[in-house]
Design a protein around this ligand. Structure first.
Ligand code: SF4
Ligand code: SF4
Length: 396
């Protein structure tokens, strides 16, 4: 007698996917056109047809630990060709949002970030955190001395670090734990699917796979394989390198201040300023292109989480740039106000990174590296693996 399996759909998960913009999965009749047209779908484990089925069956555990949903770059090639208007690209994007919320800790943090009704509270929170210790310690001075605009006289560097260093440390610990759980779950799935006999992940092998995956991510190789929305790669790359530049600048300034006791503000001719300004321009331009693209695609689902991310990216870039311009123009009141606004955006970036859509950078990287790792386990480790982990079908 054949073994029977009882499938218990997780209706709450299905409702969550629908809320995140993935409701079109109901139209799918499993023709597999999407898996055929997707240029990123591997021959041995094609997607997104199987994910469309898993969503309709409410297979939450399987989808949460499915690395394939992260190989999709939401180009829309499959959605454009689906004969039933099922938009698998949007469904996979919705599942990815659910994965981020599900692994994020604390959970109420993730729920708040994805609830537009909570946004005023999330804006008020950092303002309160700045004001209370700032006024109590005197490190926030609303009447700074001197003619020139110096932000550290208004909002002390000590206060910035007192708030942001512990916040960043807590975020890194929480995010690291979420990613570790995600990685373990992917591996458990692979063991259950008999893709590997190793009960535990070989972390040396995984990190080797990660190193080999990174160049392809930096070049955005997979973006350029899509045909419908290839130009998305440009705005994505701009935001990616914009953040990279600002991250490097922040780390260098931190080291200069605490290791070498060199204080800002720095001259506009300083290479650090050059890097920060170029990164800021990249960030703003990339964000504007993203907004333009979203608004021009009426058929593509854009949910609150997408706008939160785009708002964060553009707000961060614009407030940072305006703070600098008003400082140079010596418009003290305006510059100090903009600096507070900028710090609110920085707070959101750090505090909510593990539970907002921004976290996709890390989840995608881990999933792509794991895909490469498990493929190398399945077929052996070739000498010259391509930089992308996906084995595309011939002709692509
Ligand atoms: S999503 Fe569309 S193209 Fe893909 S299997 Fe379903 S009906 Fe076919
Ligand atoms: S949106 Fe693009 S990358 Fe994602 S499954 Fe569809 S065709 Fe593939």
């Amino acid at each position: 007698m054949e073994k029977q399996h009882l499938v218990e759909p997780d209706l709450e998960f299905i409702a969550q996917v629908m809320k995140q913009g993935g409701d079109s999965f109901k139209n799918c009749y499993q023709c597999a056109t999407c898996s055929v047209v997707c240029s990123l779908s591997p021959d041995n484990r094609p997607f997104p047809r199987k994910e469309m089925l898993a969503v309709s069956w409410g297979l939450k555990a399987r989808l949460l630990a499915d690395p394939d949903i992260w190989l999709c770059h939401q180009c829309g090639d499959c959605s454009a060709r689906c004969p039933r208007g099922a938009a698998p690209g949007d469904v996979l994007a919705a599942v990815r949002s659910c994965v981020i919320s599900e692994y994020a800790t604390p959970r109420f943090w993730a729920k708040a970030v994805n609830d537009p009704g909570k946004l005023p509270w999330l804006i008020a929170l950092p303002v309160l955190i700045f004001l209370v210790p700032g006024l109590l310690t005197g490190l926030l001075d609303f009447t700074p001395s001197g003619d020139a605009v110096v932000h550290s006289k208004f909002f002390s560097t000590w206060l910035v670090d007192m708030i942001f260093v512990p916040l960043a440390a807590a975020m890194l610990i929480s995010f690291g734990a979420s990613l570790r759980k995600f990685l373990n779950d992917m591996h458990r799935n692979a063991v259950m699917e008999k893709r590997t006999d190793d009960a535990d992940i070989d972390f040396t092998g995984f990190f080797r796979a990660l190193i080999r995956t990174l160049p392809g991510i930096f070049r955005h190789d997979n973006f350029s394989k899509c045909s419908e929305n290839r130009e998305r790669a440009v705005s994505h790359l701009m935001v990616f390198f914009g953040f990279g530049g600002l991250f490097i600048t922040t780390v260098v300034i931190f080291i200069l201040l605490y290791v070498f006791q060199i204080h800002g503000p720095f001259s506009q001719l300083n290479p650090l300023k050059w890097l920060a300004n170029i990164a800021g321009v990249l960030l703003i331009t990339g964000a504007v292109l993203m907004i333009k693209k979203r608004l021009s695609q009426a058929d593509r689902k854009t949910v609150y989480g997408d706008w939160y991310l785009i708002g964060l990216v553009s707000g961060l870039g614009i407030s940072g740039m305006l703070t600098e311009i008003t400082r140079l123009a010596n418009a003290a009141g305006l510059s100090y106000s903009l600096y507070i606004v900028h710090l609110v955006f920085v707070f959101h970036l750090i505090a909510f990174l593990p539970c907002s859509k921004f976290a996709h950078i890390a989840y995608r990287t881990v999933a792509m590296a794991y895909t490469r790792y498990i493929q190398e386990k399945e077929i052996g480790e070739p000498e010259n693996q391509p930089d992308t982990p996906v084995f595309s079908r011939s002709g692509h």
